[in-house]
Design a protein around this ligand. Sequence first.
Ligand code: SAM
Length: 248
Amino acid sequence: SAYLYVVATPIGHLEDISPRAIQILREVSLIAAEDTRHATRLMDAYHITTALTACHEHNENHKISEIIYKIKQGQSVALISDAGTPLISDPGFKLVRAAHEENIRVIPVPGACAAIAALSAAGLPSDRFSFEGFLPAKSHARQQKLQALKAATQTLIFYEAPHRILDCAQDMHDIFGADRSVTMAREITKTFETIKKTTFAELVEWVKNDPNQQKGEIVLVVAGAPDTGEQDQQKVDELLKRLLQDLP
Ligand code: SAM
């Protein structure tokens, strides 16, 4: 029977795609891509000749019916986005939801994701994290969102556009504090890949003074706020231990 495959594609380096992903892209009846011109580059590189259709925010509802119909007719479809894993700050959620509603099996074909690549190299705790995607473009809304995240103790992952990185770093500096640790991961897997772990005080100066840092694709990985609950508990434990020692 036929399936919906959700296939990750590279985030820069063309070779960051699995043999299984390439095989599936070759074998399905149709590839639903966010941007067909973009997809063509990958398909040419790997000699994939499968038919392509555009599936993006603006035609999503109409495309979904078409794709679901096709799969029900017995033809498998692969969903890809311009880069990385579909649905991660990319289109595809409505299609995947529709497939579930129609009892179509959805098969993930995992691969690159900028957020996870950045986290894996950030040097910040990775046991708990939240993916925050893109912050609002307008500064008031962005600051409100950052205020709401200020006390969160898990590591925070943000995507940011290069023309907003300085404003964003400045707002984070002001709200999270100058001393909070942050790792900027820029152009991951590409020629000018830069992974820098620093503090917001230094990040703001660095990005301000080096225009190269305001170019390309960027992930910010931000340390969580200190877990005061845990710290309090540690203090209580230590105190108890000392008191117990003094007991007869
Ligand atoms: N679906 C993609 C994924 O799995 O990572 C993300 C798509 S989102 C529209 C694009 C954003 O992801 C960029 O603005 C940037 O924040 C981040 N990104 C994508 N590729 C990147 C790379 N090579 N290096 C750093 N960040 C990247």
